[in-house]
Ligand binder design. Structure first.
Ligand code: T46
Length: 133
């Protein structure tokens, strides 16, 4: 697998506080069609456990932290997201798991497509078989 792609965002903040601007096809490498965020995750809860056939996403912990595992069917890599200044690019056909959410974690995700359950692969063996094609 190629190295995980972390995108560093430029802070436009000043003495009043922080400000980050995210723009499709500028500092986000796709047209942004959907934004969602995950928050108030209970202690010990893990999420994800799926891949997407076509979807690309950028995940940003705008508050707190959580750990991502990204698996291309060959190599599993782990990354801690703990800053609003960095985004993890999640490519299509990458299995993802999210663990170790801090109690204050707000995980914002920018997505290249509208929600489509048919794009999900929620079974790991099916993912491995599609990833090896
Ligand atoms: C991903 C990781 C990082 C919708 O109806 N619309 C949406 O836009 C989303 C994201 C979810 N949903 C529904 C589907 C499920 O019934 O909300 C429910 C929870 O979704 P899910 O169990 O897929 O959530 P996570 O946290 O496991 O995964 C989410 C995204 O679904 C997924 O695309 O990459 O965050």
């Amino acid at each position: 697998m190629k190295d995980l792609k972390l995108v560093n965002f430029k802070s436009l903040g000043d003495e009043r506080g922080g400000l980050i601007s995210l723009e499709g096809n500028r500092n986000i490498p796709f047209d942004i069609k959907r934004v969602y965020y995950i928050y108030d995750t209970e202690a010990g809860v893990s999420r994800g456990f799926h891949a997407h056939r076509d979807l690309k996403q950028i995940a940003v912990c705008v508050k707190g932290s959580c750990k991502f595992i990204i698996d291309d069917g060959d190599v599993r890599q782990e990354v801690l997201l703990d800053s609003p200044l960095k985004g993890l690019l999640i490519e299509s056909m990458q299995w993802r798991e999210m663990h170790d959410f801090s109690s204050d974690c707000v995980l914002m995700v920018l997505a290249s497509e509208l929600y489509d359950e048919a794009d999900y692969i929620r079974d790991y063996d099916t993912f491995l078989s599609e990833a090896s094609k």
